[in-house]
Design a protein. Structure first.
Length: 229
């Protein structure tokens, strides 16, 4: 059975105008790897059986987006081996739920103005970064986080704060990472603010790599199965 994705983009705080473009891009990318995707902003989607989804994607969600029952279902899905992918403002989500902070790895603090800058790719051994040059030129908001997740996650790429104005984390500024702590694979990228990003083939390949990782399809491997029946 093909792995299936749930793309969730509910917002109760700031809403990114790029969400529709992101939903289209992720759905197209998923279809390209044989992974049908359902997109929703209805929290009731998390109040039912999630075992049919190999992975869940939070696309620029913000604020409190889950009910108590939804929180329990997401946690159970991950505990059973389900994958999770967060894109951009997924780090601005569920601030009052400690589990979510642990799942994602870091929480958004602030960002400077949208502007060009550079990422340093630290790890090319991941499907989301294997296609990238050592230095990746990109335009985004260059999120600062409340604390660096380094040490608890596998950092894939970080911001070069000398390449843009307003960075606030200094030399240790991860922007892309993954981990498998306490469940299935988790991948997060802080990039994806603008509509234009989702039409960029390099960024789309970055998202494709993230999806391959969280669905178990990395490097052409078979779909990873959740522990649900």
């Amino acid at each position: 059975m093909s792995p299936r994705l749930l793309i969730y983009s509910r917002t109760t705080a700031y809403r990114h105008a790029s969400i529709p473009a992101g939903v289209v891009a992720l759905s197209e990318i998923a279809a390209g790897i044989g992974s049908p995707a359902d997109a929703t902003e209805d929290p009731a989607a998390f109040e039912q059986d999630l075992s049919g989804y190999t992975a869940i994607v939070f696309l620029s969600t913000s604020g409190d987006v889950l009910t108590p029952a939804g929180r329990s279902a997401l946690r159970a899905h991950r505990s059973a081996g389900g994958g999770f992918m967060g894109v951009h403002a997924a780090a601005c989500t569920e601030y009052d739920w400690p589990y979510y902070g642990e799942l994602l790895g870091a929480r958004f603090a602030r960002h400077p103005a949208l502007q060009p800058g550079r990422l340093t790719v630290e790890d090319h051994g991941h499907p989301a970064t294997e296609h990238l040059p050592a230095t990746w030129e990109f335009t985004d908001e260059w999120y600062d986080f409340r604390a660096s997740p380094r040490g608890a996650v596998r950092v894939l790429a970080s911001a070069d704060e000398s390449s843009y104005e307003g960075g606030g984390m200094g030399a240790d500024h991860p922007l892309v990472w993954c981990h498998e702590n306490g469940g299935g694979p988790m991948f997060y990228t802080a990039l994806g603010h603008a509509d234009e990003a989702y039409a960029d083939p390099v960024f789309r390949a970055h998202l494709l790599g993230g999806l391959r990782y969280v669905t178990g399809l990395a490097r052409g491997g078979g779909a990873r199965r959740s522990g649900h029946g």
